[in-house]
Design a protein around this ligand. Structure first.
Ligand code: SF4
Ligand code: SF4
Length: 266
């Protein structure tokens, strides 16, 4: 049977972590509290080769090699709605929403031939998969592929920056390899979360101060929202710590001397 799918804008999937392209993370730095999410992909996984192209290939202390997807992510507890989700379940930034939201339910971190199960709505999701919905996938091929191709192309383009970040982390925070080795294998094996400030420091972005200044109040607000919930203790600790890091980064980066303007070559 040909899978059919249409979004009814129920808003159910607009909760929790939202993986972003780097360009979307920067463009929406004033909206989403951001973190870097590291997910190992073992060599026997179906999309391993793709993961080596989109992410970094690392050798763990147990001498096993893994591909690691390192994804800028809107870092929200699973129970928390996206800040752009309106009360009526619709998206407040529909025209400029991130690539990840446009490509739903397809997922370009997986090979195109391996997307069928993503078209089965999860519990509580009101996606229309009836005969009235349009066909979206045929013979393991996505029929309207514009958004999928764009998101995949963005991920491939940004891969060298992601690898530079991985190299920096392995050099200056080598404990991260041990933490990755501890994650259980398999598709639901879990992820490791690192701060956006480590990414901004590693990549020496010229707009680091602006991004940090945009992020600091978001982390402060999320620290306040998660303070009294024991189930969200880890989130609260990260938000509070990252708020301080972002404030310091914003101050430090903006205190750097501005390079003199280029002289006219007359
Ligand atoms: S940006 Fe819009 S579509 Fe994307 S998760 Fe948020 S509310 Fe949903
Ligand atoms: S769960 Fe399905 S119907 Fe609801 S917003 Fe997400 S994609 Fe659309």
């Amino acid at each position: 049977m040909e899978p059919r799918f249409s979004c009814t804008a129920c808003g159910a999937c607009c909760h929790g972590w939202l993986p972003l392209t780097l360009a979307d993370a920067v463009a929406h730095a004033g909206r989403f509290p951001l973190a870097m999410v590291w997910t190992p992909v073992r060599p026997n996984a179906r999309s391993y080769d793709l993961a080596t192209r989109l992410g970094a290939t690392l050798r763990l202390p147990n001498r096993k090699t893994v591909a690691v997807l390192i994804v800028p992510t809107a870092y929200l507890p699973p129970s928390h709605p996206c800040p752009e989700l309106r009360d009526d379940g619709r998206c407040a930034i529909h025209g400029t929403k991130p690539s990840r939201c446009r490509t739903m339910p397809f997922y370009p971190y997986r090979e195109e031939r391996d997307q069928a199960d993503l078209l089965i709505p999860r519990k509580g999701w009101a996606c229309d998969v009836s005969a009235a919905a349009p066909a979206v996938y045929r013979n393991h091929t996505i029929l309207d592929r514009t958004d999928f191709d764009r998101e995949r192309a963005e991920l491939l383009d940004q891969a060298p920056v992601i690898r530079r970040y991985a190299d920096y982390m392995v050099k200056y925070m080598p404990w991260i390899l041990g933490e990755l080795a501890k994650l259980p294998p398999g598709p639901a094996g879990g992820s490791l979360v690192t701060s956006l400030s480590s990414f901004l420091t590693a990549t020496r972005r010229p707009d680091a101060a602006q991004i940090a200044a945009a992020q600091a109040p978001l982390f402060q607000a999320m620290a306040g929202r998660t303070r009294d919930d024991p189930a969200l203790r880890d989130y609260h600790r990260n938000y509070a710590g990252w708020a301080r890091e972002m404030e310091a980064l914003a101050r430090r980066a903006s205190a750097q001397p501005t390079p003199p303007p280029a002289q006219d070559a007359t």
